[in-house]
Ligand binder design. Structure first.
Ligand code: SF4
Length: 325
């Protein structure tokens, strides 16, 4: 492990002052992802800013029914109202990692975690995300876990977060603070697709710190569900996952959200599936059509064609299970 300087600010103002001054400093909170990257020589920051003393671990309910959750809120979420009003969010959190890791991990860290692409995590392999311009070992290597949507010739890695997928289904907003003030970043705009710059993963600007995630009051959020297909029942990343949310009035779907995990370099909105559902009764036939539409635009590689069928199955099952509630 390389040596680094460690800052432990006591306030958000002090933290953003350091991040403004030290533009290439790396933020650490629970450390459940970053510590492994440091240990393995994948991340070699010269400066870490530990934000765990900033008190950003509260959950505040708004009068309009929305909620603001501090960026340091634990992934071992225990808020019964959150489980009732945003079930997709708590289900996604519980589907992640192990109980011990969830106890250490934070919401802000969860949506900022790095890809599990095996070549990214092994410094001896070429990787454009870790070392821009070095090449992509996954293109000629094992592509079975790689993305089928949103890839580029530079990178085909998938985003590993369950929570980020759920947050897209409830129209969440990331709150970022800098010395210039705070700004709102809709989850739909937070993660970047790789293009020619796979090392740039979010729209956070240098000097910005995630301080909270806001979930607006939306009718579809309360009728939502997260389903994850994986290699084993716990402590595994998604092969494919789906976050579904429906606002149903008079028997017909008024608003639909279908977001996918494990299939793209960012949490992926299946807008074609949402279009199929909107305005219709969610019958088995409509759900089947939505599941097929969820793979519109998929471009699997030689090793991951199975993900196309998995997407259809996970979307079909998630919507069916939601309808049984
Ligand atoms: Fe690196 Fe992306 Fe290629 Fe994986 S897919 S080796 S993360 S550039």
């Amino acid at each position: 492990m390389e040596t680094f300087h460690l800052d432990r600010p006591r306030s958000v103002a002090e933290a953003v002052r350091i991040l403004h001054r030290e533009k290439d400093a790396t933020v650490i909170a629970g450390g459940t992802d970053l510590v492994t990257l440091l240990r393995d020589g994948v991340a070699t920051p010269h400066r870490l800013v530990d934000v765990s003393l900033l008190g950003l671990d509260r959950i505040e309910w708004r009068r309009d029914g929305g909620v603001r959750i501090g960026a340091l809120y634990s992934n071992a979420v225990a808020d019964s109202r959150l489980a009732r009003e945003y079930p997709v969010v708590t289900e996604a959190l519980r589907a992640g990692a192990s109980a011990q890791i969830r106890g250490m991990a934070t919401l802000g860290g969860n949506i900022s975690q790095r890809t599990r692409c095996r070549y990214f995590r092994l410094p001896e392999f070429a990787c454009n995300k870790r070392a821009p311009g070095s090449g992509c070992s996954a293109i000629e290597g094992d592509g079975s876990g790689q993305a089928i949507f949103g890839t580029s010739s530079s990178c085909t890695a998938v985003h590993p977060s369950d929570l980020a997928v759920a947050l897209r289904a409830v129209d969440a907003v990331v709150i970022a603070q800098s010395q210039r003030g705070s700004r709102e970043i809709p989850m739909d705009e937070f993660h970047l697709l790789p293009g020619d710059t796979p090392h740039r993963e979010t729209t956070l600007r240098p000097g910005e710190l995630i301080t909270a995630i806001e979930l607006p009051a939306r009718a579809h959020s309360g009728h939502s569900h997260y389903l994850k297909f994986r290699d084993r029942a716990s402590f595994a990343f998604a092969l494919v996952s789906a976050a579904v949310a429906l606002d149903i009035r008079g028997g017909a779907v008024r608003t639909a959200r279908v977001a996918l995990g494990g299939v793209a370099p960012a949490p992926w909105r299946a807008v074609a599936a949402e279009r199929v559902l909107t305005g219709k009764r969610p019958t088995a036939e409509v759900i089947d059509a939505a599941a097929k539409a969820a793979t519109e635009g998929a471009r699997p590689g030689k090793d991951n064609e199975h993900k196309v069928e998995l997407v259809r199955r996970v979307v079909r099952r998630a919507l069916t299970e939601l309808g049984q509630r």
